[in-house]
Every structure is written in structure tokens, then in C-alpha cells.
Design a protein around this ligand. Sequence first.
Ligand SMILES: [Zn+2]
Ligand SMILES: [Zn+2]
Length: 400
Amino acid sequence: MSEALSKKITQMVREVVPEVTEWRHTIHKNPELAFHETDTSALIEKSLLESGIDKIRRVGSSNTGICAELYGTAGGEGRCIGIRADIDALPIQEQSGVNYASLRDGVFHGCGHDSHTAILMGTARLLSRFREQFSGCVKFFFQHAEEELGGGREFIEAGVMENPHVDEVMALHALPDILVGEIGVRDDFMTAGVDLLEITIEGKQAHGGYPHFGVDTILAASTIVTTLQSLGSRELAPTDCALVTFGRIEGGISNSYIGGPVVLEGCIRYLRKPTQELFHRRVREIAESVGQGLRARVSVKITPEAIPTCVDRACVERIRRAARGAESVKNIVELPSPAMGGEDYACFLEKAPGSLFRLGVRTPGGQHCPTHSINFYVDDDALTVGMEVMTAAALDALGV
Ligand SMILES: [Zn+2]
Ligand SMILES: [Zn+2]
């Protein structure tokens, strides 16, 4: 990309950033939970119409996702790229103290999707002004319901990756671990695969003073929990990454009575397919054999929820290139490890190669506020960085 074009992008980002900041604050003040993003999608649609975007259609069971298409007018065959932003909020009471705080009780953009949405609205406006310079198509995916991991799948089922076929996808996600002006990249896994785990243990009831008449389910459950921790440390290569976590235990009868059913709820997180297979097999084997050893009946239910996000090296290189030319980017951080959370952008990456980069959102000298915490905070200056990198990367991908 020429220096002149980079300068032009910087200049145009400066022009749109006041309006983009306003959009972000409006969305932040009016957060909406997964599958209920009606005001948010109405605002997005309005801005896309004002930006002269060609085709806009609703997506998903709640009709709150938006897929928009912008066609270049340079003539000739071109590529088709897709840029995705997630638009939903979380069931959390905001305590960030910003003057544009949530007006809706118990709902909060605690993951930064308000900024992702505003950045993509701004990027659509910028790319529409560049349309004479490219051929091909840009699809904008304003995806609903990321926090419940259902929206991504609905987008794919709605056929957004075809007609025209999407050659490459891009996305960003806020990261409070790095500063505003920084972006974070990796060449392989960005987020983990997540499978939900439910283990039910049944025994035989007895008085606690006479345990030999019963089968103790609490003992079996706690032995299963601790034994499964050996998977990550003894059966997985130390260079790989996977874990079993339990977040909820329910069951038992009373202080002096044993043998009531116990349910363990948790999840398996992994990166590689063979590791997922190993964990599925061994979680079952260990839980069932521990149960057998302690005379309890054990049943294991595993429900896949999210697949890992694995980016494409060449597409990530494009992000690095765009960031190096962006005035607002002060530093490109090579992330040492993937995040072990789930992200349903992985659905898009199943259909086309692509990139996902982390956008630094912490103010220098400011507090570290993790995503999904009550005081999560995104510095508005990150909007400039996000738009500058995304617009440059999109034009690069379109061959401008
Ligand atoms: Zn989140
Ligand atoms: Zn998120």
C-alpha cells in the first residue's frame, strides 16, 4: 500500500471518528442481550443506509443480525472479503463510572462489542468512499448473539459466506491487557474450543454414621474432580494446551446423610482436534472407572459449544502490514499464547481463511479492567486504531 493511501486513510478516519464515537456511546448506553439487539441493529442499519451500502439484509432467528454488501466500482473481477463485528452485551451491572454508562439495569457492554460495532460502522463508511478504487465486494457481518455463541452459526446457516463466495474474513476484539495504540496478533490459535461437560453420579443412600450401608456420591464426585486434573498435567504434552474446569457442583442430602445424586458441571477447553478427542475419551474413562471403583453409577454428557479460532498466517501478515502503515498504531504485540475463552467467529473461519486481531483498549497509566468485569473499559482512542487498521487491511485484501 502506498504512503499516500495510508495518509488518506488516516485523514478520513479523523473525519469520521467524532460520529463513530457518538455511535459507540449510544450503543454503550443502550446495551442489548444476545438475540435482543433490536435498537442496536436499527442504528447500524440507519448508518449503513447513510453510508450508501448497496445491500442490507437481516440475519438470524431474532432478526437482529445484519449482513450488508458493498460493491467496488473499479470494474473487472475482484475478491470478496467479509468483516465481522459482534454486537451483543452481557447480563452484568456496569460500574465503570464513564459518563456514557449503560442506562439499562443489569445489562452492560462488558466485552467491548459496542466498540467493535461502531468501528465496523465507521469502516463501512470509509470503504464506501473508496469504492471507485476496488473491484469485488466487501460484506459487513454485524453478528448478534456472540456471548451465547449462537449468532455465528446462524450467520453461516443464512448463507452469508456465499453469493458471492467470501475469500477472506477479518475481525477484531478488544483486549484490556494491552494499551490503546497497540494491537495484538498471533499466527495460529486465537481462542479455544469449548465443550460443555455434565457428569451425573448416583449412589445409594445411607445414614452418615453407617456409610457401609450406602454408596457415597460426594466422595465419588470429589475424586472424579481431582483425578480429572491429571489429564492436563500427565496425559497432555506440556507444549499443548487444554483443561477441564468445573464451575458448579450440585447434590447431596444433608450433613448426616450420604448417597444423594450429585451433578458436576464444567467444560473442556482445547486447541487441537486430537487433544479434543483425547479429552473426550479420557474424561469418560476416568469418570466411569472412578465411579466403578467407588461403586457409584456415573454418566458423562459432553456437548460441543465452540470450535477453536485458528487464523491464517498470510491473512495475519496483512494485518501486520496494515498496522505498520497506520499512524495510530504505536506497537504490534506478538501475543505469546491464545486466549482460552470461546469465540464464535470460529464459524466464519471454518468457511474461509482469515484473521482476528486484538485491539488494545487500556488507557496508559489506567487500571487493568478484564473483559466481562463490572468496570470493563474501552478508551475511545481505540476506535481510531481499529478503523485505521481494518480499513487498510480490507483495501490491501481487495488489492488496492
Ligand atoms: Zn465476551
Ligand atoms: Zn467479546
